[in-house]
Design a protein around this ligand. Sequence first.
Ligand SMILES: Cc1cc2nc3c(=O)[nH]c(=O)nc-3n(C[C@H](O)[C@H](O)[C@H](O)COP(=O)(O)OP(=O)(O)OC[C@H]3O[C@@H](n4cnc5c(N)ncnc54)[C@H](O)[C@@H]3O)c2cc1C
Ligand SMILES: *[C@@H]1O[C@H](CO)[C@@H](O)[C@H](O)[C@H]1NC(C)=O
Ligand SMILES: *[C@@H]1O[C@H](CO)[C@@H](O)[C@H](O)[C@H]1NC(C)=O
Ligand SMILES: *[C@@H]1O[C@H](CO)[C@@H](O)[C@H](O)[C@H]1NC(C)=O
Ligand SMILES: *[C@@H]1O[C@H](CO)[C@@H](O)[C@H](O)[C@H]1NC(C)=O
Ligand SMILES: *[C@@H]1O[C@H](CO)[C@@H](O)[C@H](O)[C@H]1NC(C)=O
Length: 516
Amino acid sequence: MKFLQFSVLPFLIVILSLNGATLAHPYGDFLHCLSLRISNSSAISKVFYTQNNPSYSSVLNASIQNTRFSTPTTPKPYAIITPRKTSHVQSTIYCSKNHGFQLRIRSGGHDVEGVSYVSQVPFVILDLVNFRAVKVDTKNEVVWVQSGATTGELYYGIASKTQTLGFPAGICHTIGIGGHLSGGGFGILGRKYGLAADHIIDAKLIDANGRILNRKSMGEDLFWAIRGGGGNTFGVVLAWKIKLVPVPPVVTVFTVNKNLEQNATKIFHRWQYIAHKLPNDLFTAVWIMKVNSSQVGKKTVQAGFRGMFLGGVDELIPLIQHEFPELGLAKENCTQMSWVQSILYFGGLPIQPVEILLNRNALPRSSLKAKTDFVKEPMPETGIEGFMNMFLEEEADFAITMIEAFGGKMDEIQENELPTHIEQASYAGTYINWIRRLYSYMASYVSKSPREAYYNYKDLDLGTNNVNGYTSYEQASVWGLKYFKNNFKRLVQIKTMIDPMNFFRNEQSVPHLWSP
Ligand SMILES: Cc1cc2nc3c(=O)[nH]c(=O)nc-3n(C[C@H](O)[C@H](O)[C@H](O)COP(=O)(O)OP(=O)(O)OC[C@H]3O[C@@H](n4cnc5c(N)ncnc54)[C@H](O)[C@@H]3O)c2cc1C
Ligand SMILES: *[C@@H]1O[C@H](CO)[C@@H](O)[C@H](O)[C@H]1NC(C)=O
Ligand SMILES: *[C@@H]1O[C@H](CO)[C@@H](O)[C@H](O)[C@H]1NC(C)=O
Ligand SMILES: *[C@@H]1O[C@H](CO)[C@@H](O)[C@H](O)[C@H]1NC(C)=O
Ligand SMILES: *[C@@H]1O[C@H](CO)[C@@H](O)[C@H](O)[C@H]1NC(C)=O
Ligand SMILES: *[C@@H]1O[C@H](CO)[C@@H](O)[C@H](O)[C@H]1NC(C)=O
């Protein structure tokens, strides 16, 4: 393709200085610009936080999920705008564009690399915390959900109207809809129904020119791109119309823990041959972590086999006994509950009223680094042994790997829709060197050329853009092909069409092409 030949030209340096906030008083000008456009002064005090505002720190901190990016030396935004109306969003885009501020959009603040609230160049945050309405229409089985809502608010909204509809999105209930749907969205209903992004049927997007677009006016190319092509790239998505999926009134969840002394390695090895072929109604995952075992009186590594079955326990037990007897699943390991309660279960919360889903601080925050891989062939037992042994290291005290079985619906989705794989492993840990070593160790067991990764667990180790200038196709394809494979080119073309000045950008946003 012709754009493969682009490299850095003198022209691009011009673009760089345009975007570089070299104006004498960009900050004051920005403020002035906004106050002119948001003229209602009682409204502006509720939508605009500068560093002088006593609420600035708490508004900034409110949804920082990764405390690695909440230190005194972390770059801070010049201002945080928490719009209450669409016009506030348009004004923010207009004023940041004209006064040289990079804009970072934040919905739930769960970006693993913090790119929704940190930038190395002068920036402002557009925080959609006030765009959080969830309008459930059970008759048509659809919901209009605003981007600043959390998955928990969405799940709660659905469950408060019906017990037999659900939505296939992520496990953690404090994730924001905006970033999550922009990057795919995989959770416990994934084998049955695919990704969250597969169920988006309309959206409200504000582009770099402040135009308000819906599915019809944006066209199918752009509508395709915003469903998985990444956030902060094509525009600000204010709301999404999603199609709900059927769930039974009762589901069954289970956990069976096996440590190294209980043949965890062997059982995990066996699981790899079974999990992706199980009926779509049965999702399973293995969570690996270090534990202090009172049984063996020392530290060991535990493989937690966790699952959810869309049906009752009496149907599940014979199914597992037939397909995966090695697990030794007993009725005592299973709990029947509603689908919405299962969100709490997988989030590690005890059974309690589902109102907890509305609490954005219900889950602990931590300092974390994450990586993902796609495992396409079962790992040999010796490979698993080495992998498990790495968890015995001191640096792995707080590390966790989640290996989620795909198959089912995830195999039916065309590659140009969203990725399809057998298993996905995500590693999360506090100790960055350890997780990097684990990642090198895994190289021979996972997808190659490219070594694929899942965009929603952003990993800047894979390569980054030049956030204050032009990023060539070659530079971006180092990370872009890992996340998007053959779709990357098409995403770049759509990006170039909708945002030719690359106003919306971050360290790993699909870049535009510059052409003379
Ligand atoms: C604890 C934890 C658990 C997770 N569990 C899962 C899981 O089970 N399944 C899964 O698939 N993923 C999971 N993730 C990853 C998660 O889906 C992504 O980090 C997702 O992007 C977070 O969305 P957010 O709105 O909370 O994040 P934000 O940090 O607000 O945004 C993420 C990115 O999207 C952009 N963005 C945000 N809102 C908008 C918008 N309205 N319009 C345009 N761009 C926008 C931001 O600028 C940023 O680039 C998890 C992450 C964490 C930290
Ligand atoms: C000004 O903003 C306040 C608070 O958002 C609102 O109640 C009021 O109706 C607005 N007035 C005008 C003229 O828009
Ligand atoms: C940020 O918010 C979290 C959750 O509310 C809180 O635990 C933490 O102490 C806050 N940190 C700062 C620096 O304010
Ligand atoms: C599963 O059930 C068995 C048999 O009752 C029990 O020994 C084991 O502790 C249970 N495991 C978990 C993780 O609950
Ligand atoms: C582990 O596997 C071996 C051989 O398959 C078996 O003999 C042993 O009983 C198993 N141990 C446990 C704790 O299940
Ligand atoms: C194990 O126990 C030690 C000492 O009691 C504790 O410091 C550590 O955090 C525990 N580790 C895990 C993984 O639970």
